[in-house]
Write a protein that binds this ligand. Structure first.
Ligand code: NCD
Length: 362
């Protein structure tokens, strides 16, 4: 395994600062980077739909002078024939220098990274993590607000299945003075492993509410999200919840004059197009920032691989026992012969799956 990024916490805060610095330098001097990856290949393995993330990875590599190979749907890869994630990763390692992988199963990119001999970047796994969206979010907050500390950040919408929310909260937990306002229907609350495992563990100030309007005047950043239809097992429940929150130009009048509005996109109904005209709407800037951050991350991981920097993931404390992960979205549910492995959490008697982080009390 080479140094890879499965979630943002795989990078130290200093490394994140370095990536932000490189991205800002790329914005100022794009020419200086146009040949940095000459002769290098990025493989984009997308087992799930994507517009922004895949094209942004591809544009990032092309702007660095490298080239791109890959596929954009599982049906056009050997996954359709039943090939395992582990085998796909071994094969792609023979063709490319770095991988960006999106997969519906949680933990799939980690399994791929363990089996690859080149660095791998998680481009989104199920409802679990989406670290490069977080890089786009962090650069946007940094460029718009001038800081990543002392911010009140509201997350609104599908906090249960929204992987971008989980990754951004994880990343923000390492900065100081962050207050989090969680705005969601009761059915779509932030999962326990993020609420307890990140917010409470790190002693972050947070509140949960179902009301967007009354929260608006306290926020520096409002992070809107789409209700994630593809993650629902019950179509009626999706229909009932899909329009829970719609940010309109009228509601924006309740926000502070300098509140910025972010959204990982795609948007469905949750932000009225009228809001696009508001200068506080930053979601299209966020898209562009994502490309620069992906350029900076590709450069960093290729350099780390060249220098033989060790991977951050270690299974030193993981164990195999009688326990099986029951999360139907976990990669252990489909990858044949993959051992179910668990790690102790900070709570006595509670263990988590090392792939999808689902917790079990025994
Ligand atoms: C997000 C994702 O894929 O999780 N999109 C993206 O990468 N920009 C958000 C979403 O699909 O709602």
């Amino acid at each position: 395994m080479k140094r890879s990024v499965i979630d943002t916490v795989d990078l130290t805060v200093e490394e994140l600062d370095g990536i932000i610095k490189t991205a800002c330098d790329i914005i100022d001097n794009p020419k200086a980077y146009s040949e940095k990856c000459k002769g290098k290949k990025l493989a984009t393995l997308f087992f799930e739909p994507s517009t922004r993330t895949r094209l942004s990875f591809e544009a990032a590599m092309l702007e660095l002078g490298g080239s791109v190979i890959g596929f954009s749907e599982a049906s056009s890869s050997s996954a359709a024939k039943g090939e395992s994630v582990a085998d796909t990763a071994k094969v792609i390692s023979c063709y490319a220098d770095i991988i960006a992988m999106r997969h519906p199963k949680e933990g799939a990119p980690y399994v791929a990274a363990k089996n690859a001999s080149i660095p791998l970047i998680n481009a989104g796994d199920g409802s679990h993590c989406h670290p490069t969206q977080t890089l786009a979010d962090l650069l946007t907050i940094y460029r718009e607000k001038g800081r990543l500390n002392d911010l009140s950040v509201g997350f609104c919408g599908d906090l249960k299945y929204g992987r971008t929310v989980h990754s951004l909260i994880n990343a923000l937990s390492r900065y100081t003075g962050i207050k989090v306002v969680l705005i969601s229907p009761n059915e779509l609350r932030l999962p326990k492993y993020v609420r307890e495992g990140v917010l409470e563990k790190k002693g972050m100030e947070y509140i949960e509410t179902t009301d967007l309007e009354s929260s608006l005047n306290s926020l520096d950043v409002l992070y809107m999200t789409r209700i994630q239809r593809e993650r629902f097992f019950d179509a009626d429940e999706y229909e009932r919840l899909k329009d829970s929150y719609v940010l309109t130009a009228e509601k924006m009048q309740l926000a502070k004059p300098d509140t910025i509005v972010l959204h990982p996109l795609p948007r469905v109904n949750e932000i009225s197009v009228k809001v696009d005209e508001d200068k506080r709407a930053c979601y299209f800037k966020q898209v562009l920032n994502g490309k620069y951050m992906r350029m900076a991350l590709i450069l960093k991981l290729l350099k780390d691989a060249e220098e033989g920097v060790a991977p951050t993931h270690s299974e030193e404390h993981a164990f195999v026992g009688k326990l099986k992960c029951l999360n139907p979205r976990c990669i252990t549910s489909t990858e044949q012969e993959l051992e179910h492995k668990f790690e102790k959490t900070d709570v006595e008697g509670v263990y988590k799956c090392i792939y999808c982080e689902a917790e079990y009390k025994i």
